[in-house]
Ligand binder design. Structure first.
Ligand code: HEM
Length: 103
């Protein structure tokens, strides 16, 4: 019963982190321009920080769903689509890191 509650809670938190992350990315893409000034730059930096922190939460709660709560980890470990998802997530992190290097 308790473990089912943890599972549902972590699912919810994974989902909430995903929506925060996606929302922050949409705002960043709408707000970014070749030249931005003062307050816009500071606001963009804040939204960027939100996107970074929420990506970390997506990872933490994702790892929890995979390894600690819910179905046995083999359920996901043996699923090629899950590996594709991890690959895409890694690619996203690499591209995000590179784009910050350029800035
Ligand atoms: C931006 C990246 C990601 C997106 C968009 C995403 C998306 C989702 C969605 C929509 C669900 C279903 C949630 C639900 O049923 O409530 C889910 C579940 C899950 N995610 Fe992610 N995820 C991401 C990253 C990760 C990462 C990095 C991991 C592992 C390290 C992970 C592990 C899992 C697991 C194990 C489940 C299964 C939960 C279940 O069976 O109830 N996810 N993910």
């Amino acid at each position: 019963m308790i473990s089912k509650m943890y599972y549902e809670l972590v699912r919810l938190l994974h989902f909430a982190a995903i929506f925060t992350f996606a929302g922050a990315l949409v705002i960043e893409n709408m707000a970014i321009k070749p030249q931005i000034t003062g307050e816009d730059t500071r606001n963009l930096a804040k939204v960027d920080a939100v996107s970074g922190v929420s990506a970390i939460f997506v990872l933490i709660f994702g790892l929890a769903l995979w390894l600690w709560v819910g179905k046995p980890s083999e359920f996901y470990s043996s699923n090629p689509i899950f590996h594709a998802k991890l690959g895409l997530f890694t690619l996203m992190v690499v591209f995000a890191y590179r784009s910050h290097d350029i800035l």
